[in-house]
Design a protein around this ligand. Sequence first.
Ligand SMILES: [Ca+2]
Ligand SMILES: [Ca+2]
Length: 70
Amino acid sequence: MKKLIPLVALTFASMALIAEEDLIAKLDSDNDGRISIEEAAEDTALLAMFSELDTNKDGYLSPSELENHN
Ligand SMILES: [Ca+2]
Ligand SMILES: [Ca+2]
């Protein structure tokens, strides 16, 4: 049973990664690999967190900034 815990942790980690890639694929309408505030407006939850997630305050969410989105 002890082997189950790392496996579950790994599964959740890859799920988070897929969700993040899906989010970019879904919202990145100009395909520049990052989410602008206009693109984030399609996702209310993401828009609400936009300024918090945009840690370098450039007005875009990069994939690494989206890693903090859970
Ligand atoms: Ca974009
Ligand atoms: Ca940014």
